[in-house]
Design a protein around this ligand. Sequence first.
Ligand code: AMP
Length: 201
Amino acid sequence: MLIILLGPPGAGKGTQSKRLVQYLDAIHLSTGDLLRDAVRAGTPLGKLAESYLAEGKLVPDELVVKLIADRLSLPDCKTNSVLLDGFPRTLEQARALDAMLAEHDLSLDVVLALQVDRDELLRRLAKRSTIEDRTDDDPQTVAKRMDIYLAQTAPLVEYYERRGILKRINGMGSTDEVFERIRQAVDEARSRERSTDSFRR
Ligand code: AMP
């Protein structure tokens, strides 16, 4: 299965991704994690990306597209479920992803859009900034990341809705409650995938 998890900063993408990856035994492709690792390791990509991350801005499309393209072209992405977490984040990235998937004969099963009230997002991010010490969780950078999400990433909800593969997930409540909703949506998508496969045969 190939799944995208979409959501504004603080919606719980990271937490829910970890659970979903365990549930599906899937490959977790988080551009945020990969970029933070690259910055920590001081790689050429990390050096290019560092200031964008620190300022809460999106890293240029071509860099993240290459990061994902390199990973998706490895053979294990054909034989395992894959969860894309934090990618795509712009329409240009979504179109580049479509091209990559076509090239590797892969198809998207479901796009999960986590939905959380703005007040709750701000509350969660304020808590995370004290626990995880992420410098991009300070209030000013958070405000910028929210604006960028609304302007650049939120349009992807409609992009995938038009394709009929979007599933809105209520992201309010406990981690367990939210995961249960995600699990149901994924199980539904999985049974659709199975019936399409048997239809094809
Ligand atoms: P995240 O952990 O998903 O919240 O991402 C943290 C930061 O990494 C973002 O604020 C961006 O600076 C950068 N980033 C992660 N994913 C992307 C992406 N798909 N496109 C551009 N920048 C990204």
